[in-house]
Design a protein around this ligand. Structure first.
Ligand SMILES: *Cc1c(COP(=O)(O)O)cnc(C)c1O
Length: 377
């Protein structure tokens, strides 16, 4: 059995090595390092893939979220509601822009923002909602868009973990994650479902005026060279990263299918095992792209399981061990522990298993049997 990796980027690279190397070499030979033709090509291909009017590439996923909020013209003091159970980047950019983050609890099944908690958190100062499509599955976008419309709020999708996932509306129609709200943001961090070989990110929108504002913001607020109309930032996707991404985008559906196949095998092995709750799927085949495969372990010592796995050379992760509302940087006296019952439970019960495009059957068998033997003690 090959050594088990949490994420196997090397194995994935070996399959596309020549293509990637040639494409990177091309960028170097033409010295079009910034905003070269590769960036434009990738942008166009991603627009087609997502079926969205505008993709604006940028330097990373955190920037993508920040720039989306800048583009919407959110002002200091505006309240922005997001999930308590997510990576800190989501709330970090809200705070950085001097907006007021308002954290709310999540669902116990799909770990995404809870609709009732979201509605309760709306005040006259609320201006935006940031649903995070956690671990690869969409938040309840139809309900969120309805609430947003009713209260005149912007919706910014944090799609860093769910690129390629589909959201299915009640009427059966589908849209790609990140293209449903007013604006979507994603990350191409190497371990994401579509990852480059460094940092990268992108913003998506179907709104022409917003896309125009954002294109200026990513480039120092310039719409015409050396005319700075708004305060912007410097956030660009390198041509070398775009070269890698354009090759991997062609394989994204296959990569996500490989993740799902691994998830199916995990599910199968854990069926009927007491103390283990397998990841919830909302029922449609293409809804979950398994950025993480996250179990909930009930009525047992999760950390003892983590230790046991590590002792048996099985890497695993706890995403996330501390809810955002208890992080020093984001403490707020308005929060009551009783408002975060689900997150407070999840941080004690979640464990994410190795998940990538190169997992092999014998590895999955070893991982699942090690866990099951530990539980059956
Ligand atoms: C990775 C991630 C980000 C940030 O992306 P970077 O490219 O690392 O800046 C934001 N939100 C979520 C949910 C993420 O998983």
């Amino acid at each position: 059995m090959k050594k088990i990796q949490m994420v196997d980027l090397k194995g994935q690279y070996s399959d596309i090595k020549d293509e990637v190397n040639n494409s990177i070499q091309d960028v170097i030979e033409t010295t079009t390092f910034i905003n070269g033709p590769k960036v434009h090509e990738f942008q166009k291909n991603l627009e087609t893939y997502l079926n969205v009017k505008h993709v604006i590439p940028c330097a990373n996923g955190t920037d993508a979220l920040q720039i989306a909020m800048m583009g919407l013209g959110l002002k200091p003091g505006d309240e922005v509601i997001t999930a308590d159970f997510t990576f800190a980047a989501t709330v970090e950019v809200i705070a950085l822009l001097q907006l007021t983050p308002v954290l709310v609890d999540v669902n116990p099944d799909d770990f995404n923002i809870n609709i009732e908690a979201l509605e309760r958190a709306i005040t006259s100062k609320t201006k935006a909602i940031v649903p995070v499509h956690l671990f690869g599955q969409c938040a309840h976008m139809e309900a969120i868009m309805k609430i947003a419309e009713k209260h005149n709020l912007f919706v910014i999708e944090d799609n860093a973990q769910a690129i390629g996932a589909h959201y299915t509306y009640k009427d059966g129609s589908k849209a790609k994650a990140g293209t449903i709200g007013h604006v979507g943001a994603t990350s191409f961090f190497p371990s994401k479902n579509l990852g480059c070989y460094g940092d990268g990110g992108a913003i998506f929108t179907n709104d022409d005026a917003l896309a125009h504002r954002i294109r200026g913001i990513v480039n120092h607020g310039m719409y015409e060279r050396y005319h700075h109309d708004v305060v912007g930032v410097n956030s660009r996707l390198d041509s070398i990263q775009a070269a890698v991404l354009d090759i991997k985008l062609q394989r994204l559906d296959a990569y996500n299918a490989a993740r799902k196949a691994a998830a199916d095998k995990y599910d199968q092995a854990f069926k009927g095992i007491k103390n283990i709750e397998i990841p919830f799927r909302n029922g449609t085949e293409d809804s979950h792209v398994f950025h993480q495969y996250t179990l909930q372990v009930k009525h047992m010592d999760r950390d003892a399981l983590v230790k046991h796995l590590n002792e048996n050379d099985i890497p695993c992760g706890v995403y996330y061990p501390i809810p955002l509302h208890r992080q020093k940087a984001y403490l707020d006296e308005r929060y009551k522990e009783t408002d975060f019952k689900v997150t407070n439970q999840l941080v004690k019960e979640v464990i994410s298993l190795p998940m990538h495009t190169e997992l092999e059957d014998d590895q999955i068998e070893y991982i699942t049997s090690t866990i099951i033997n530990f539980i059956n003690g």
